[in-house]
Design a protein around this ligand. Structure first.
Ligand SMILES: Nc1ncnc2c1ncn2[C@@H]1O[C@H](COP(=O)(O)OP(=O)(O)O)[C@@H](O)[C@H]1O
Ligand SMILES: [Mg+2]
Length: 292
């Protein structure tokens, strides 16, 4: 069963001071969610969406039809996860949001100056130690040496890698590499944080720990989160809402509210309520004919 309540943030007092200021044509939140798939034009939601997809379609030059009419929005203090079968267009959606690719139809509204993007691979530079990898984005944004060192040290502390500043990537575990990747993005203080299956290659224990750390980060930073995963359990554990995508061309066919308040105890995963919601998401996914 999915929640039938309005999909507002479960967080207390979202930090609206981090709202984007350069977005036009705001839309509002959908009214809700007995697994709805349309954003409503209702206008009574307090938080302005930080990321809005409106009718986004993508047909590649070789005629591959990757996305069709994708519409949803994510507000500050919301964590929206998309689950969908392999090849349904999830990465394409994030690439379009980040400006790495363009939509064939529809539009995305987001402040790209404050957009963080975590890829499936940690994409670290092997010849640089942890601290210099974390400083990379600050370098590209021309932060002063002092400023980027300070931001990198803070971010390394946030992801629990203090003491590893001078280690090289090939000496780190997969989970630690992903922490470095997250720290690198944190130095830009993103208001919209997108994750493309970041923990898919990790063992279950590491993945669960990183899920818990991602939630702590979310609760502290109150960004607008857009997360992609194959794991229904990961989706439900992290999110305020879960969107289910159909096989290619990818469409959002259901949106489930996740009613559990933050902070979430790791044991939540073993409650009947959690299992019930995960089961509903799974059934929706199966109904699409796709398997995450
Ligand atoms: N540049 C491209 N040209 C043609 N087809 C592409 C291109 N990039 C991705 N595709 C195809 O588009 C579909 C969606 O890809 P992708 O977004 O990576 O899926 P997902 O991340 O959901 O697994 C896939 O069938 C993929 O092969
Ligand atoms: Mg992908």
């Amino acid at each position: 069963m999915s929640s039938a309540t309005k999909p507002e943030s479960n967080l207390q007092e979202p930090d609206l001071s981090r709202q984007n200021s350069n977005m036009a044509g705001q839309t509002s939140e959908p009214p809700a969610a007995q697994a709805s798939h349309e954003e409503s034009p209702a206008t009574n939601h307090a938080a302005r969406p930080a990321l809005v997809f409106s009718g986004v379609s993508k047909i590649f030059p070789d005629s591959t039809h990757a996305l069709e009419g994708v519409s949803f929005s994510v507000s500050q203090g919301e964590f929206f996860t998309v689950v969908g079968p392999s090849g349904c267009g999830k990465s394409t959606l994030l690439r379009i949001a980040s400006g790495l690719d363009t939509a064939t139809a529809g539009k995305v509204e987001v402040d790209r100056e404050h957009l963080g993007y975590i890829f499936q691979d940690a994409t670290l530079l092997p010849w640089r130690p942890v601290i210099r990898n974390v400083e990379l984005l600050g370098e590209l944004h021309h932060f002063s040496t002092q400023e980027r060192r300070k931001l990198a040290q803070q971010a390394i502390k946030t992801v629990g890698l203090e003491g590893f500043e001078n280690h090289y990537p090939d000496t780190l575990s997969g989970g630690m590499k992903m922490r470095v990747s997250i720290a690198r993005t944190l130095t830009l203080n993103p208001s919209v944080f997108m994750f493309d299956e970041p923990f898919g290659a990790l063992d279950e224990i590491t993945r669960e720990r990183l899920n818990e750390e991602t939630l702590s980060l979310f609760i502290r930073e109150q960004f607008a989160g857009l997360f992609i995963t194959h794991s229904i359990s990961e989706a439900v554990f992290l999110s305020t809402r879960v969107g289910v995508m159909s096989p290619r061309p990818g469409k959002i066919i259901d949106i489930f509210d996740v009613p559990f308040p933050y902070p979430r105890d790791p044991e939540l995963r073993f409650t009947p309520e959690f299992a019930e919601l995960a089961g509903a998401v799974s059934a929706s996914l199966r109904a699409t004919g796709g398997k995450a």
